[in-house]
Design a protein around this ligand. Sequence first.
Ligand code: NAP
Ligand code: GDD
Length: 336
Amino acid sequence: MTKTPNLKIALITGLTGQDGSYLAEILLKKGYVVHGIIRRASTFNTARINHLYQDPHNRNRKLFLHYGDLADAGTIRKIIYKVKPDEIYNLGAQSHVKVSFEIPEYTMDITGNGALRILEAIRDFQNETKKKVKFYQASSSEMFGSAPPPQNENTPLVPQSPYGAAKVFACNMTKLYREAYGIFAVNGILFNHESERRGETFVTRKITRGIARIKAGLDKKLYLGNLDAKRDWGYAPEYMEAAWLMMQKPKPNDYVIGTGETHTVREFVELAFKEAGLSNWKKYVETDPRYYRPAEVNILIADTRKAKKILKWHPKTKFKNLVKIMVWNDINELKK
Ligand code: NAP
Ligand code: GDD
């Protein structure tokens, strides 16, 4: 592999996900060489990064893809030793909360143990090569669970799902490896962040896609679960800028990232239907118990004073604008 001197090297797990694709864009723009771990699938899973793809024959390319899986410690280790990254961003996960109740053991293995596998590889790599590697863990507001809002870096973690519990494990391991081994390891505790690239089964995108299909006459109804849950929703690209900022500080630390505003799922639905020109949302939306969870996180509100003070990070996209961006993206996508 050709290594251009003086360029920072980043390794991203979860490159093909919503956040991975935005982070890769940000890092490439900043002049990084970016390596990403992707899973082998029988269908293409690279839709979110196709616009970044560079021909392997291009000698100046800055984006490299490696097959791997967070379940496979040997391959993760091999990639780290080969790439010699300056920064590792662990964004890979079984990231769906409802699904985690159906596949709890798998979720723990990937979302929890996956982080530990990387930390162990970093520990050995640093010991052997003396090269420092920084580690970012994609921690989550889902870890707060039933802890009352507003939630910040000192709020107790009371997870309400196997996913939340797996993220708590990974978060604790990240702190432990920082304290025990002096590894530059940070937790970005991110509240819900959405975008045009959001996975189609998360509630915001399910709503905006559903609206586009109803507007186009393809569907008559949109079936949802708990409309009373409250979330602090922000815009994903801004959150990946915050992740990068955390990795540039002289000392590793944990930071909460969110907007500080909360809205119910019902409010999202109402605003999104209105934006699309469908005034009476109740005509189209039905609740279906299959989308309820065995346990729920009722309310999330970020207290981001630390990030504002130390990272100088501020959210820009307001709730109303986020809804607008997502609704029109899906309406226009369907027209295409
Ligand atoms: P996402 O769209 O679901 O992307 C998850 C990524 O992980 C995908 O690239 C996926 O690959 C990869 N992945 C899944 N299983 C894997 C495995 N066994 N080995 C290697 N990679 C695997 O999630 P996201 O919204 O971008 O979120 C990024 C990270 O932040 C996740 O860890 C998530 O839990 C966390 N987080 C997200 C939010 C949010 O609101 N978005 C908030 C807090 C924390 P495929 O494309 O092949 O499926
Ligand atoms: N997915 C989904 N589908 N959620 C629904 C539905 C539905 O049909 N109807 C209501 N909801 C409610 C859920 O019960 C939950 O309270 C809320 O909408 C948000 O659900 P999701 O969009 O699936 O997100 P999440 O909050 O459970 O998890 C997301 O945010 C976490 C950060 O707090 C994911 O991105 C996680 O990976 C992330 O860590």
